[in-house]
Write a new protein. Structure first.
Length: 178
């Protein structure tokens, strides 16, 4: 098609160049603190999937988008994974949106996790709340290792899977207290 129409070919190349330039500009606009969160989320992708879809087999994690407004930051990722649906092996993708703010020291102050898109019939975190007991124990141990936040430790008992995951990500890269 492009060989027969050189104008269409030039237009496609210009569009590709524009998208590439916009991607570079967008990457340059990401604050360093957000880049650290990106690294953490990418590094925790298998854990994110295990909490959201406990029986899923991780394939890959892809960064989708970054947005910022009114001091809030949002990172969106898509995790591709394999699992069974109606006794058949299938590939699924689940998009996660991580909405967070920073405190004055540049650490994550709070985080909410939502799932804007999930191709699996059993939606993310749906069955995970049942299996959250084991993950809750891991989050509690991690929190005790890095923080003295007794109030948060008490709240862990009633948190659902996505809230536990947000706490996990918030403290994943913290150094143990001495």
């Amino acid at each position: 098609m492009f060989r027969k129409n050189p104008i269409l070919c030039v237009a496609a190349m210009n569009l590709l160049a524009l998208v590439s330039v916009q991607s570079l500009v967008a990457a340059a606009d990401v604050p360093d603190a957000v880049k650290k969160v990106q690294t953490t989320i990418s590094g925790q992708a298998k854990t994110i999937l295990r909490v959201a879809h406990p029986l899923g087999k991780f394939t890959e994690c892809a960064f989708d988008d970054y947005r910022s407004a009114n001091g809030k930051h949002e990172l969106t990722y898509t995790i591709t994974w394999n699992g069974k649906e109606e006794k058949q092996q299938k590939e699924f993708s689940t998009s996660f949106a991580f909405l967070f703010t920073f405190d004055q020291e540049g650490a994550i102050a709070d985080m909410e996790i939502s799932v804007p898109k999930d191709t699996c019939k059993s939606k993310a975190f749906q069955g995970a709340d049942i299996a959250a007991r084991i993950f809750r124990a891991q989050v509690k141990k991690r929190l005790q290792d890095v923080s003295d936040d007794e109030e948060l430790l008490k709240k862990l008992k009633t948190m659902d899977a996505d809230a536990l995951l947000a706490v996990w990500i918030k403290y994943a890269d913290k150094k143990p207290k001495k």
